[in-house]
Design a protein. Structure first.
Length: 151
């Protein structure tokens, strides 16, 4: 919502590429929040909190987490193919190897909070790297469209 909201404030309109970018980054941010909830499953369940992660349990929550991360990158590809997003946005896919680390880490750590610390950090890094690569791709697209003005 932050990306799309900022775009709307500046452009006074919504367009498909902006929606795609906001979805992709939003899914990665959701991944950060999701992986952060996994170590809390036993304590949350004990006190009666019925969060989605608690309801799913560690194994299914891990699968859902992997699906969130995969969807973030699939959305970029679909955006380029069908929503008018510049092909330069595919630079964001270069962060995909970083995004696989927290998925593998979550599978290995299960609900051990200490073992999940590196996975939490890796998820944050994957989101940041994706955002930076998307920014570079959008800047290159603008510069290459008109090298003098970027318009």
């Amino acid at each position: 919502m932050t990306v799309l909201g900022t775009y709307f404030v500046l452009a006074r309109a919504f367009d498909p590429p902006a929606i795609v970018l906001s979805l992709s980054l939003g899914l990665l941010v959701a991944g950060i929040l999701w992986i952060n909830e996994v170590p809390d499953i036993p304590a949350d369940a004990f006190v009666g909190k019925r969060t989605l992660v608690v309801r799913l349990g560690v194994a299914r929550a891990t699968t859902a987490f992997a699906s969130l991360i995969a969807a973030a990158y699939v959305v970029l590809l679909v955006g380029v193919l069908f929503a008018g997003l510049t092909p330069w946005a595919l630079l964001g896919l270069l962060a995909l190897p970083l995004a696989t680390k927290p998925v593998r880490g979550l599978r290995a750590a299960k609900d051990d909070p200490h073992a999940l610390v590196p996975s939490n950090a890796a998820m944050i890094m994957a989101m940041l790297a994706t955002g930076i690569l998307l920014l570079v791709g959008l800047a290159l697209s603008a510069i290459l469209r008109n090298p003098l003005t970027g318009v």
